[in-house]
Design a protein around this ligand. Structure first.
Ligand code: 0A1
Ligand code: ZN
Length: 869
């Protein structure tokens, strides 16, 4: 086995930089076949670093010249390797000028400066700036930037960088230039520039202190009609941050640029956010309710980073969750205020449980603050982001809303303009609340999902209810023993009449010991405990509920999250028992209670259709897989579908009724109420389609053909793509013919095919790889087709190993083009050890093949090695 250790970067090795860079003056000249980058750095030796050499990072740069304080250095006076430019002896304070040539058109990694359809774009987080020029590429080196971009005026009329435009002019032979200055010192990962032909939507925002900020969204020519919603989203976010956190925009210009080739979702570069088109472009006929919601959230997320990430940044990449966990938390709160708080929470937890709990249980398990990495690009994970957000939320639950706000204020007062650590954040919170959060810090340093075993006891004579809580956390790679966590455990006691029995409704217990008992006095009757209300901590709560208790909670719990959660537990228990039964030659048994509860959900649906849609959705196949010892994907698929089919066979009329009454006539609007109706209507249609009857298919086809919005059209298309029926091909062909010139809609078309449940899906995916609609160089296409298949549990984990072999081939092919995207795809193997020996041997072979490929990237090697370890 290979050891990733030699090239691992470790948190404990952190040392402050030996040099600081006060300012950088960047001159970028763009040509069709290359770019020339001249950088003038003002460098000072940093405290306590007496004689260390100057080491600058650089990658795929062709160095043309180096000057120190104006003197050109002969090659003997510096050292050059594939990763660095080093100068053995430099003064205390000096200017260094380098000139390099780079090849943006050959940059398929989409890190650094690269070309896309309409021009040139950058992505620097985490370590992309070193692909543009030699620099000390780490976030605790913060410089002031002046950037001049030169390019052909016709082809690249728009020249942008961070900050404010300060000068511009014409050059010879049709060229022009624009100079930008950013007054805020920033780490180089926040640098951005764009040279492209783009259309622009303009607007403005008057901040509460009276600053007039000019807002702009730049998109590919012809797409202006798809960016109105993103602009409104931006203004909603700006207003919300002023109102909720007292945080205001500090800039005169704030721009968003959308680009179709982008590895991630979006990037918070100071004053110049770069976005994947997916999170900007939307029109009712091209984007679904989910897309609109995501745009609201991602636009807000990047905007919120201006304070949580940019004004206060990370000292090193181990602290990534300092900005990401906090910003996701802020984004979640924004989403909750704008849409439905309960439904947003349910969706967030569904995602966390499916993705993050699985990550925490697999080979890539790492703490919210990892302690080592080979490739930082692999640590933009659901643990750092979503579990990180839960950690911030837990602090708020423990210290209360008011103290939390004080803590935020104190954090900014102390650290504005600094590069800090997660400890600094928690210290501000603890100080503001005058409380001790030292045990709480373990959430940052210990990986794994804690389990709370709970038992209730009611003493009727003493009117006392006591709850015993025992916490544990399974070992994770490199962490055999865990210390007890400090868990905020929100508990309610639901009475026989369905009412809350605690005077305060919900009590937040502070669980700190391995074993604890909490006593509730004056409890008049035996309660049903409602545990971890609103998902108060990212833990697994075990309690031996009876079916009757769960349906009681489903019907009455005042906490909507736990109302939903009770239904999920009930369904999960039925499915797990069904899987066991089938394994032993028996059958799935569906208790009456489940059908009654579902009927009640539908009857109550008019009050909150979006909630009803969530409650009717069964736990995902991936989540079910996490609950069993050895995964049998076919059994999970079969049993879950059988349960799903049972509902329409018993509740056909109710579902048809829900389908009929939840129409949204009139002009489309993505607001929560309308989206909720569509969600329920489409959930009803999905259940009816399980009957595999021509009437249901006709209804579905009719919806597909008549829909005036993408939500309804795509929902119908996805259902048709799931069935082996004549309507399938007709619908898929019609959809493609209509949308082949809208790349984001083509991604949806690829997605419904790669996630289809048909057994032929791998053959279709392979066929689509050669379709003109697909392009291995475009990350969105890869995520839709290969990523979709990777997440298609029953087909990807086919017993013959064909899915694994296919993914290995694609990871290898991608690795040569875009290692970051390849590494993400390679995560599909994470859970291979949970499957049977036959599948395991196929997966192992696929992983070994990836690991042993000549020239494998560091990122893919890290994923494969950890998976095999
Ligand atoms: N900071 C961004 C995420 C991001 C990370 C890496 C990237 O490289 C391709 C791009 C974006 C965010 O949290 O939105
Ligand atoms: Zn972020």
């Amino acid at each position: 086995m290979r050891d990733p250790a030699p090239s691992a970067v470790r948190l404990k090795d952190y040392a402050p930089p030996a040099f600081l860079i006060d300012s950088i003056d960047l001159e970028v000249e763009l040509f069709e076949d290359h770019a020339r980058v001249r950088a003038r750095l003002a460098i000072t030796r940093h405290l306590g670093a007496p004689r260390s050499p100057l080491v600058l990072d650089g990658e795929e740069l062709e160095l043309e010249s180096v000057k120190l304080d104006g003197r050109a250095l002969p090659s003997g006076e510096y050292a050059l390797d594939a990763q660095h430019l080093s100068l053995e002896q430099v003064p205390e304070r000096f200017r260094l000028e380098t000139t390099c040539r780079i090849q943006p058109r050959a940059n398929t990694k989409l890190m650094g400066l690269y070309a896309a359809e309409s021009g040139f774009f950058t992505q620097c987080e985490a370590e992309g700036f070193r692909r543009i020029t030699y620099f000390i590429d780490r976030p605790d080196v913060m410089a002031k930037y002046t950037v001049t971009i030169h390019a052909d005026r016709q082809r690249y009329p728009v020249l942008l960088s961070n900050g404010n435009p300060v000068a511009s002019g014409a050059g010879s032979s049709g060229r022009h230039w624009v100079k930008w200055h950013d007054p805020f010192p920033k780490p180089c990962y926040l640098f951005a520039m764009v040279a492209a032909k783009l259309d622009k939507l303009e607007d403005e925002f008057l901040t509460r202190s009276g600053r007039r900020a000019r807002l702009a969204i730049y998109v590919d020519p012809g797409k202006l009609d798809q960016c109105g919603f993103a602009m409104q989203a931006l203004k909603r976010a700006m207003k919300w941050d002023e109102e909720v956190f007292g945080l205001e925009l500090d800039l005169d210009h704030y721009s968003i640029v959308a680009v179709g080739d982008f590895n991630a979702g979006a990037m918070e570069n100071k004053g110049l956010n770069l976005f994947n088109t997916k999170y900007v472009l939307a029109r009712p006929d091209t984007a679904t309710d989910g897309d609109f919601l995501n745009i609201d959230r991602v636009v807000a997320h990047e905007y919120f980073h201006n304070w949580t990430g940019n004004r206060v940044t990370c000292r090193d990449w181990f602290q990534l969750s300092l900005k990401e966990g906090l910003t996701v938390y802020r984004e979640q709160e924004f989403g909750a205020d704008l849409y439905s708080r309960a439904v947003e929470r349910i969706r967030e937890v569904r995602h966390l449980r499916a993705a993050q709990f699985a990550e925490d249980a697999g080979p890539m398990a790492h703490p919210v603050r990892p302690d080592s990495y080979m490739e930082i690009g692999n640590f933009y994970t659901t643990t750092v982001y979503e579990k990180g957000a839960e950690v911030v939320r837990m602090i708020r639950t423990l210290i209360g809303a008011e103290n939390f706000r004080k803590g935020m204020d104190l954090y900014f007062a102390r650290h504005d303009g600094e590069a800090v650590t997660c400890d600094d954040f928690v210290r501000a919170m603890a100080d503001a609340a005058r409380t001790d959060l030292s045990q709480f810090m373990r959430w940052y340093d210990q990986a794994g999902t804690p389990v709370l075993e709970t038992k209730g006891e009611y003493d009727a004579a003493g009117k006392r209810y006591s709850l015993a809580v025992k916490q544990s956390c399974a070992p994770t790679p490199g962490q055999d023993k865990k210390m007890p966590f400090h868990v905020p455990f929100s508990v309610g006691l639901v009475g026989p009449d369905g009412r809350d029995m605690l005077p305060e409704g919900t009590r937040v217990l502070s669980v700190r010991q391995p074993e604890e008992r909490f006593v509730f006095e004056n409890v008049e009757a035996r309660p049903v405990p409602s545990l971890a209300r609103d998902f108060s901590a990212p833990v697994i709560v075990n309690y031996d509920y009876t079916e009757a208790e769960l349906t009681h909670l489903m019907a009455h719990d005042s906490d909507p999250f736990n109302r939903w959660n009770a239904g999920q537990r009930l369904a999960l228990d039925i499915i797990l028992r069904g899987i066991e039964a089938v394994k032993n030659g028996g059958r799935l048994a569906i208790p009456r209670a489940f059908l009654d509860a579902s009927a009640r959900l539908l009857a109550d649906a008019p009050e909150d259709p979006a909630f009803a849609a969530e409650a009717l959705a069964l736990p995902s196949e991936g989540y079910i897989a996490e609950q069993v010892e050895i995964v049998d994907p076919d059994a999970i698929h079969a049993v879950r579908n059988e349960l799903k089919r049972k509902l329409p066979s018993v509740l056909r009329q109710e579902l048809l009724q829900a389908y009929r009454v939840n129409r949204t006539p009139g002009a489309y609007s993505p607001d929560a109420a309308s989206a909720g109706k569509r969600a329920l209507r489409n959930a009803a249609l999905a259940l009816l389609m399980e009957l595999d009857e021509p009437e249901a298919r006709a209804l579905c086809m009719k919806q597909f053909e008549d829909a005036d919005n993408m939500t309804d059209a795509l929902a119908a298309l996805a259902l048709l793509a799931n069935c082996d029926c004549p309507e399938r091909e007709r619908a898929l062909d019609a959809f493609y013919a209509k949308w082949k010139d809208e790349p984001l809609v083509v991604d949806k078309w690829l997605g419904v095919q790669s996630t289809s449940r048909l057994p032929s899906v791998l053959a279709e995916v392979k066929r689509l790889m050669a379709h003109p609609a697909f392009n291995l160089r475009n990350p969105n296409k890869v995520y839709a087709l290969i990523g979709g298949f990777r997440g298609n549990q029953v087909r990807f984990h086919a017993a013959d190993g064909a899915g694994y072999a296919f993914l290995a081939d694609q990871v290898n092919a991608l690795d040569a083009i875009n290692p970051q995207v390849a590494a993400r795809m390679a995560r599909g193997f994470d859970r291979w050890r949970k499957f049977d020996p036959r599948r395991q041997s196929h997966a192992r072979a696929a992983l070994e093949r990836i690991r042993d490929t000549k020239g494998v990237s560091k990122g893919v090697l890290e994923i494969a090695t950890l998976a095999l370890a």
